[in-house]
Design a protein around this ligand. Structure first.
Ligand SMILES: Cc1cc2nc3c(=O)[nH]c(=O)nc-3n(C[C@H](O)[C@H](O)[C@H](O)COP(=O)(O)OP(=O)(O)OC[C@H]3O[C@@H](n4cnc5c(N)ncnc54)[C@H](O)[C@@H]3O)c2cc1C
Length: 560
């Protein structure tokens, strides 16, 4: 069956752009992704990292969204087990009654007001409904625990009587999930012999039916610069998340305002007392202002979020404020007063802008998390914008968008990703014991320590074996443990569209979340970029200084 000769150009390489590229290539459609910054530069890297049905959407009566999200949650647990893990969350509640009026009012479309606290009966009803919609044998159903019960999170017994426990899932490293989607897209393109390219640190200008691509460094006056390349696309999809309106302005497409993003801040702490209080589990609690707050395990650390504040500036300029961080720290101490968390206990923070649709909802929390595809009628080339959505539903949005594009291009659907394993999830070991055995076997095969294999595993899943084989000495000598980090970084530089030191630290090796991050480590990585011809010798110190400064200002993270 023939493929279209002209590519779909996707603007934006967040989770939605990447999932769409993969879905189109599954159908033999050529793709060029143009990303103005780096892959996962936006909301995808700054979310709460939950793969969830959205328990609170039940209260807003959005049952279809809950059902769809729960179906995608089940699918991701099955198809991407290297990135998506079950999570047991606990809702602390004070009394049996309370919250009915606000919830009923919200469900019927009212504002509902700020909740003084939902009672156990109301929460249990919501969880029964959640379990009913999920019907997922992979996860345990909800249960009600008494505060103080052994093994449960140790919350304030003077304030709460029960913990309502339920199941959801967590994707700790969406940045690595997106790399796996892109690796799949690349493999599909190679197998079908169709075009797939990703051009990062570039942006596009629409000239008639052509797309001209410029390096981002050309500045605002791209009109003056010579285009890096010109493409005749069959369709353009604007998948730039919270930037959707700004991108349309750049493309000179007149449209009503589509987006009304809100910023959300998180922090990460290694506080031992908080980890102990969590007992390896998670808390979902309503803060005093009615906003939901999550306290989640994050490897050896704890992730806490989030806020929900209208943001009108450029998304890349959204930063965590002191007020937001104080609010989150106070929220933790409210639930776990014994922990006495302080601002000095925070390892880092991050802030992202939700790509929410423009809405007349009374509060940011009430804005729908549904997605939609908007067609810009009258453009010289078919042009669509992806609006809204969640990490959880990226595959579904990609499938729907592909359906629309195939119909527009008069092409049949050949395949979809409903049962397609995400690279690194193939032959995945079931259960903790089998996982440890697989890692131990891999360590033996490549002469590495089990700890080093375990540290690299979350980046690749079962793909790690192939990566290690490709990173090994061509003469057949195994890597030793000291060479492994360098070899992996080198492999990533060669295969994952890396351009800068920030890309490596924040979105490939995920060192941002490690403790400690050292100046020596940054220099080693900069030297590798230099060795790969990506960084001039005289730019090494400049880039290390810029990365150190960005880590400080954007993430509150110190380099030792
Ligand atoms: C605080 C917060 C918490 C969240 N929590 C969750 C959660 O727990 N679970 C969940 O499912 N979802 C969650 N979400 C939502 C989810 O993160 C987003 O819906 C999703 O990541 C959006 O992906 P995207 O690809 O559309 O956008 P982004 O990830 O923002 O990607 C857009 C990309 O477009 C690029 N770009 C910008 N302008 C241009 C241009 N002109 N040309 C080319 N490229 C451009 C950007 O650099 C960026 O890489 C949360 C979001 C936030 C902010």
């Amino acid at each position: 069956m023939s493929s279209p000769s002209r590519p779909v150009v996707i603007l934006g390489a967040g989770v939605n752009g990447a999932a769409l590229a993969r879905e189109l290539l599954l159908n033999g459609v050529p793709v060029v992704i143009v990303e103005a910054n780096d892959i996962c530069f936006g909301a995808t890297a700054y979310s709460s990292r939950l793969i969830h049905g959205g328990l609170r959407y039940l209260e807003f009566g959005d049952l279809a969204l809950v059902r769809e999200s729960l179906a995608e949650r089940s699918r991701l647990l099955r198809l991407a087990p290297q990135f998506v893990h079950p999570l047991r969350l606990h809702i602390p509640v004070a009394g049996r009654l309370g919250g009915w009026w606000g919830s009923a009012s919200r469900m019927l479309g009212g504002v509902g007001g700020v909740q003084a606290g939902r009672g156990m009966w109301l929460v249990r009803t919501g969880l029964q409904l959640y379990d009913y919609y999920a019907r997922d044998p992979q996860l345990p159903r909800h249960s009600i625990l008494r505060v103080g019960q052994p093994g449960a999170p140790v919350v304030d017994a003077a304030r709460y009587q029960w913990l309502c426990a339920y199941s959801d899932a967590q994707m700790r490293l969406p940045e690595r999930f997106v790399q796996a989607l892109l690796a799949d897209a690349r493999a599909l393109a190679a197998a079908a012999g169709v075009e797939f390219r990703l051009v990062n640190y570039h942006r596009a200008r629409l000239t008639g039916s052509r797309i001209e691509i410029f390096p981002t460094s050309a500045g605002d006056s791209v009109g003056e610069a010579a285009p890096f390349e010109t493409i005749e696309p069959c369709t353009v999809v604007n998948a730039t998340g919270a930037w959707v309106d700004l991108t349309l302005q750049e493309l000179k497409v007149a449209t009503a305002k589509l987006m009304a993003g809100t910023k959300g801040t998180h922090f990460i702490t290694f506080h031992a007392g908080l980890r102990q209080a969590l007992a390896g589990q998670s808390i979902y609690v309503e803060a005093d202002d009615g906003r939901p707050m999550f306290v989640l395990p994050f490897g050896p650390a704890v992730l806490v979020g989030t806020t929900d504040i209208p943001h009108t500036g450029r998304p890349e300029l959204a930063l965590a404020s002191d007020e937001e961080l104080d609010y989150l720290v106070n929220g933790v101490n409210h639930v776990f007063p014994q922990v006495k968390l302080a601002r000095t206990d925070l390892e880092l923070h991050y802030c992202g802008v939700r790509p929410l649709p423009a809405s007349t909802a009374a509060t940011p929390a009430a804005v729908s998390r549904r997605h939609k595809l908007v067609e810009h009628v009258g453009a010289a080339v078919p042009l669509y914008s992806m609006v809204g959505g969640k990490l959880t539903t990226c595959r579904q949005l990609a499938e729907e968008t592909t359906g629309t594009l195939l119909a527009r291009l008069d092409l049949p659907r050949r395949a979809d990703s409903q049962n397609r394993v995400v690279p690194g999830g193939q032959d995945y070991p079931q259960g903790e014991e089998n996982l440890l055995n697989a890692q131990s076997q891999l360590a033996g095969e490549f002469g590495l320590s089990e700890q080093q294999v375990a540290a690299a595993w979350p980046l690749f899943g079962t793909r790690l074996k192939q990566v290690l084989a490709e990173s090994s000495d061509p003469r057949g000598n195994n890597l030793d443990n000291t060479q492994l980090p360098v070899a992996l970084a080198r492999w990533i530089i060669e295969h994952e569209w890396v351009r800068t030191l920030d890309d490596l630290v924040e979105r490939r090796l995920m060192l941002l979340y490690h403790r400690p991050l050292t100046a020596i480590g940054l220099r080693q990585l900069a030297e590798l970029l230099h060795g790969a011809g990506m960084l001039a010798k005289d730019q090494i110190d400049v880039q290390i200084a810029a990365t150190t400064e960005r880590l400080r200002t954007h993430f509150g993270k110190s380099v030792l």
